[in-house]
Design a protein around this ligand. Structure first.
Ligand SMILES: [Zn+2]
Length: 426
């Protein structure tokens, strides 16, 4: 273990109570998204705390973003503290929104209950515990080295759980996540305290509709069933698409293992008329059948190829199957994102994990996306990773929790990484 940063690490150990209290305080804001509850008080809580530490605070409302209204304003907070001399800027970005509570809880979801070395609540692990760790890490560093070089930023942003359009995407479009303002970004998502997450797979959501012709259910030969047309699509998926996807394994270190290949989930399938008020079926031939697919793709695949693969199947059916008609509607697309694991933030974080935890860190990619996509695509900032305490599996679950020891270790890693990136420590 290096000794030059020992005073900072000791300070973090002295402040574990503060870390726990801060996490619990953040959990007590029920920032449920949708609709985007309590964003303003939560952002102001973070801003008030950091302004006392000499940070310049700015609140940015994402006017016109999806869901933004006077009742549910999309309020983001960005705190910036410039050091004693010019240097790079290290930015910690945490989303303050959480998903709905759902059922199955045995503890109150917004009390910030502390028990057996854990803090419980919705958002504990995803990702208020990570944000609290970053705040404590930075405060301990600044208190130890008030004359630090460069700049430190911390942001609390909204709407990550619904795509980040009122949060990081909005800010990135306005230059908040680009050089020279910012150089290195760490997103403390719960990817486990000993792993560095360098990116994520891509997403393509699309709706396929097959068309038919309505007729009386007793004489289906007079109509044309959209559902039977859809089964032809499904058959092609089973015979051709799924085997093709399963054979495509990525060099991206996606976890868990099953997500290291291309995948596609059929989200939903709806065909035909709804039942009547007595629960009896409508005696009709289905004139429409709709299927929504959720395709997750790899850095080795292009979005155009992903689209073409499905379109080709549909086009082949249109030319080979009698009366096959379809429409394809794209709903959402995000390219895969991956940063260089030898880049400054990834390599420095890996080294710090090794020093603090005495374990060999691993580089991973996330199966789903998170705000890194906006920093990469819109901000054009490549030196970005996710690193934070907490287990990804616990995110969005009932009785969500974060381990206090994990948060403390993560805070130490974060302070060491910040010190190194700013040139404060060798
Ligand atoms: Zn998250």
């Amino acid at each position: 273990m290096t000794t030059d940063m020992q005073p900072v690490l000791n300070r973090i150990d002295d402040r574990v109570d503060d870390l726990v209290e801060l996490t619990a305080d953040l959990i007590r804001f029920p920032t449920i998204n949708p609709p985007g509850e309590a964003y303003r008080p939560c952002a102001e809580f973070i801003g008030d705390r950091l302004s006392k530490r000499g940070f310049k605070i700015e609140y940015v409302r994402a006017e016109g973003a999806p869901g933004d209204s006077d009742t549910y304003p999309r309020i983001n907070v960005i705190a910036r503290r410039e050091g004693s001399r010019p240097g790079p800027c290290v930015h910690f970005n945490g989303h303050i929104d959480v998903v709905e509570v759902g059922s199955g809880w045995t503890v109150p979801p917004f009390d910030g209950l502390v028990e057996d070395g854990k803090v419980y609540g919705r958002g504990a692990c995803d990702m208020k515990g990570g944000l609290a760790s970053a705040i404590i890490a930075v405060e301990a560093l600044i208190d130890t080295y008030p004359e630090f070089p460069g700049t430190i930023e911390i942001s609390g942003t909204v709407d990550e759980e619904s795509g980040g359009y009122g949060g990081v995407a909005y800010l990135a479009e306005r230059g908040w996540f680009s050089a020279p303002r910012v150089n290195h970004v760490i997103i403390p998502e719960p990817l486990n305290v000993d792993r560095v997450c360098i990116g994520h797979r891509g997403v393509w959501w699309a709706e396929i509709e097959t068309k038919g012709r309505m007729a009386h259910g007793s004489m289906p030969f007079l109509g044309d069933s959209a559902i039977r047309h859809m089964t032809a699509v499904l058959e092609r998926f089973e015979q051709k698409l799924y085997p093709d996807l399963a054979a495509r394994v990525s060099d991206m270190p996606v976890v868990p293992d099953g997500a290291r290949q291309s995948t596609m989930n059929i989200n939903s399938l709806h065909g035909g008329q709804a039942e009547d008020f007595d629960g009896l079926p409508a005696p009709c031939v289905a004139d429409s059948c709709r299927m929504i697919i959720d395709r997750r793709f790899l850095i080795e695949e292009s979005l155009d190829d992903v689209r073409a693969e499905v379109t080709t199947i549909l086009e082949n059916l249109a030319s080979s199957r009698e009366d096959f008609r379809y429409e394809l509607r794209e709903m959402f697309a995000v390219e895969p994102s991956i940063s260089d694991k030898t880049g400054p933030v990834a390599a420095t974080t890996a080294a710090a994990i090794k020093e603090i935890l005495s374990v060999e860190p691993s580089f991973v990619c996330s199966p789903g996306t998170y705000d890194q996509k906006h920093i990469d695509r819109i901000g054009k900032l490549k030196d970005c990773i996710a690193y934070g305490p907490g287990m990804l599996d616990l995110a969005h679950q009932p009785d969500e929790w974060i381990g206090i020891e994990d948060m403390t270790s993560a805070a130490k890693v974060m302070s060491l990484v910040t010190a190194r990136l700013l040139g404060l420590s060798a």
